[in-house]
Design a protein around this ligand. Structure first.
Ligand code: AMP
Ligand code: GLY
Length: 423
């Protein structure tokens, strides 16, 4: 088979790493890719939402399958674009169609879906510029902290959690009236605050059947002890120690099953990954959000634990035969620590040479914001590289990641030294 992966992060390097191990994959391309994917696949200089150029490439290179990494092309309808084109409709696309991608594309859509299918989640109301005053009144009925969410995609920055009522009202106005997040905040969902510990649940869906992948926990804040600004993710651990069998059963019965059957009832075609952000409140799981793709850096710990041939799984998703696949998971724990550019998630410099990658023997270095320049690997983004390790326990795995990181260097390299601190 000839496979094209869309994306350029650590998630996509991990997909490429896993897919390149499959005897079913003959040619592997990544658009646009990074220095890590360049070692195991062919990078193609096409943007992930440039559908016309993707089409041309797919036809010229007889691509059989597209694996979509990030949410943008899905929310913009890449799957529908392929289905509606006579020349492309035979190509398997791993990722939901546009209508279903709204689960990530619109927070209000996701909340309505959750309520309609009686899936546990925080109470909410949504507002727009014409009823800001009602938004203020709703805030007054809630207790601090206040959770405000821009309805649309805002690159992970659209959620504000505020302790002060006046500040919450001011931010609501900034979002709705002053377009703080552009069109993404023309609607705002205000939610009840849920107090608990978070985990991510990953589900494969072929539109009829589902399979659950290992859970993972992501560390989103830049600072140790979960402080400071939100990032794309600074590290991850799988499995999640507090996700006991009893708790996982609750997730499957109360959340996964009604999600998959809800997609069918609502006629939302879904062939891809469902990423369910969950918060454990007391002993009960509640949904924080849906994403219509894999998480990053969660992919860097989930896929290394998957023993199956990933291409076989993707074929089963395309053919709606996922029920015939038995998921096999490595018993070991996996951890990853993200190396970031100094200053990230605010302003940072690029083009710093990364040294020591070849000296890493006990971990896997998944490249993210890194590219090849004159034979050297240099930084090209905020999140630069995810260092994944296995261990009999997550403590053992995390120790290996930190030992490997000691061999790596780039100017102003930063990372969290406390991944797993709260477990
Ligand atoms: P989201 O983009 O919806 O996942 O929100 C980003 C982050 O905000 C989540 O990972 C949570 O840490 C936090 N968050 C979102 N909604 C809530 C809520 N209702 N209660 C508490 N924390 C929340
Ligand atoms: N790590 C969180 C995400 O991928 O959205």
């Amino acid at each position: 088979m000839t496979i094209l992966i869309l994306g350029s992060g650590g998630r996509e390097h991990t997909f490429a790493w896993k897919i390149s191990q499959s005897p079913l994959c003959k040619n592997l391309y990544v658009a646009p890719g990074n220095s890590g994917t360049a070692e195991i696949a062919t990078n193609v200089n096409i943007g992930v939402t440039d559908f016309q150029s993707i089409k041309t490439f797919v036809l010229e290179n007889a691509v059989d399958m597209i694996v979509v990494g990030p949410e943008d092309p899905l929310v913009q309808g890449i799957h529908d674009f392929f289905l509606q084109d006579e020349a492309l409709k035979h190509v398997a696309v791993i990722g939901p169609e546009k209508a279903a991608a709204e689960l990530e594309g619109s927070k209000e859509f996701a909340k309505e879906f959750l309520y309609r299918h009686h899936i546990p989640t925080a109470a909410y109301q949504s507002f727009n510029a014409s009823n800001v005053e009602d938004g203020y009144a709703f805030l007054e009925t809630l207790k601090a902290p206040y959770v405000l969410k821009a309805d649309g995609l805002a690159a992970g920055k659209g959620v504000l959690i505020l302790n002060d009522l006046d500040e919450a009202k001011a931010e609501l106005k900034r979002m709705l009236v002053d377009a703080k997040f552009g069109a993404a905040s023309s609607k705002v969902v205000i939610e009840e605050f849920l107090d608990g510990i978070e985990l991510s649940c990953f589900v494969l869906s072929d539109g009829k059947n589902y399979k659950i992948l290992p859970t993972a926990k992501d560390y989103k804040r830049i600072g140790e002890g979960d402080t400071g600004l939100n990032t794309g993710g600074m590290g991850a651990i799988s499995p999640v120690p507090f996700a006991t069998e009893a708790f996982l059963n609750k997730i499957e019965e109360r959340i996964v099953k009604p999600t998959i059957s809800g997609l069918q009832k609502d006629n939302l075609p879904y062939k891809g990954f469902v990423f369910i952000g969950i918060i454990k409140v007391g002993d009960d799981p509640k949904v924080i959000e849906y994403n219509v793709r894999m998480g990053d850096p969660e992919t860097e710990v989930v896929l290394p634990r998957l023993k199956n041939d990933l291409v076989e799984i993707f074929q089963a998703i395309a053919n709606q035969t996922l029920d015939q696949i038995e998921i096999e998971i490595d018993e070991r724990a996996a951890t990853t620590v993200m190396l970031v550019s100094g200053g990230y998630p605010e302003a940072y410099e690029k083009g710093k040479e990364i040294t020591g990658i070849k000296e890493i023997t006990d971990s896997i270095a998944f490249h993210a914001g890194a590219k090849l320049e004159g034979g050297k690997v240099v930084t090209s983004g905020g999140r630069v590289m995810a260092i994944t390790s296995y261990g009999n326990t997550y403590q053992e795995a995390i120790k290996k990641s930190y030992q490997s990181i000691d061999k790596l260097h780039f100017d102003k390299m930063n990372y969290r030294k406390d991944i797993g601190f709260d477990l």
